[in-house]
Design a protein around this ligand. Structure first.
Ligand SMILES: Nc1ncnc2c1ncn2[C@@H]1O[C@H](COP(=O)(O)OP(=O)(O)O)[C@@H](O)[C@H]1O
Ligand SMILES: [Mg+2]
Length: 230
C-alpha cells in the first residue's frame, strides 16, 4: 500500500533521513521504533507532505506522492495524528472534529467518532485545551479519522499518558485495524509497539537498521539489548 524507496531528507545541512526504504501492506499494523532524534517524525512528515524529500520515491497505492502538497496526500486517504497531538486548544471538541472533515463532507462520520469515543460526545462543546492528555489524544485520533483514511499514521500516541489511557489508545488502534484501516505507528515504548504490530522497522540516525516480524524482533538479542535493557 505504501512503499518508500531510498528517500533522503535534509534540514539545511543536517542529513536526517538516509536512504530509507520501507513498506506497509494493506491491512497491516507496522511500527517504526527508534530513540529520540532517530528520524521517526521526519519520516512521517515526509509521507504526509509536511517536509520535502531531496530524492527517492514514496508510493501510495502505486501513485508517486513524494513532495505533493499535504491536502492532496490527505485526499488520497492518508491521515496523520501528529506528535504532541496539535489539537486546536482554543476551539471546542466539535470544532476540532469539523476541521478534520474539511476534505470529507460525510456528516454521519461524526456520529461514528462519538460512538468510538463517548467522552468526546459528552464534551463536544468543551474547549479542547481543557481536556485531559488522554482525552486530547482521543480527539487527535478522532480528528484524523474524520477524513475516513485508508492509511493512518500515529506519532507517539501514548506519550505522557497514564497506563489506563495507553491501553485505551491501543484498543482503538486494534479496532481500527479490524475495521480495515492500515496503521503505521511510531512508538517509543518498544514492548508496546512490538506487541501490537505485525511487523516493525528499527531506525537509528536516519537509517533503517533492522526489520522483521514483531514476534521475532521481540525475542531478538539486538532488540533486547538496545531497547529493552535486558
Ligand atoms: N525542524 C528541524 N530543524 C532542524 N533539525 C531538525 C528539525 N526537526 C528534526 N530535526 C533533526 O532531525 C533528526 C530527526 O528528528 P526527528 O525526526 O524529530 O526524530 P524522532 O521523531 O525520531 O525523535 C534529529 O537529529 C533532529 O534534531
Ligand atoms: Mg518524533
Amino acid at each position: 500500500m505504501l512503499k518508500i524507496n531510498n528517500i533522503n531528507v535534509f534540514y539545511e545541512n543536517i542529513h536526517a533521513i538516509r536512504s530509507l526504504s520501507l513498506e506497509v501492506h494493506e491491512g497491516e499494523i507496522v511500527s517504526l521504533i527508534g530513540a529520540n532524534g532517530a528520524g521517526k517524525t521526519t519520516t512521517l512528515n515526509a509521507i504526509s507532505g509536511l517536509i520535502k524529500v531531496k530524492n527517492g520515491e514514496i508510493k501510495f497505492l502505486d501513485k508517486n506522492i513524494e513532495n505533493r502538497p499535504p491536502e492532496g496526500i490527505l485526499k488520497l486517504g492518508i491521515a496523520h495524528v501528529p506528535e504532541g497531538r496539535k489539537i486546536f486548544s482554543k476551539m471546542t471538541v466539535l470544532e476540532n472534529l469539523e476541521i478534520g472533515a474539511y476534505t470529507n463532507k460525510n456528516s454521519k462520520k461524526i456520529e461514528e467518532i462519538y460512538e468510538m469515543f463517548p467522552r468526546l460526545q459528552e464534551r463536544k462543546n468543551q474547549i479542547a485545551g481543557t481536556l485531559s492528555g488522554g482525552e486530547q489524544q482521543m480527539l487527535a485520533i478522532g480528528r484524523a479519522l474524520m477524513s475516513e483514511p485508508k492509511f493512518l499514521m500515529l506519532d507517539e500516541p501514548t506519550m505522557g499518558l497514564s497506563p489506563k489511557f495507553v491501553n485505551q489508545v491501543f484498543e482503538v488502534i486494534k479496532n481500527l485495524s479490524k475495521s480495515g484501516v492500515t496503521i503505521f505507528l511510531i512508538e517509543q515504548n518498544v514492548n508496546i509497539a512490538l506487541s501490537c504490530s505485525n511487523r516493525a522497522y528499527v531506525i537509528e540516525n536516519g537509517k533503517i537498521v533492522l526489520s522483521g516480524n514483531s514476534s521475532e524482533l521481540i525475542s531478538s538479542d539486538e532488540i533486547k539489548k538496545s531497547y529493552l535493557g535486558m
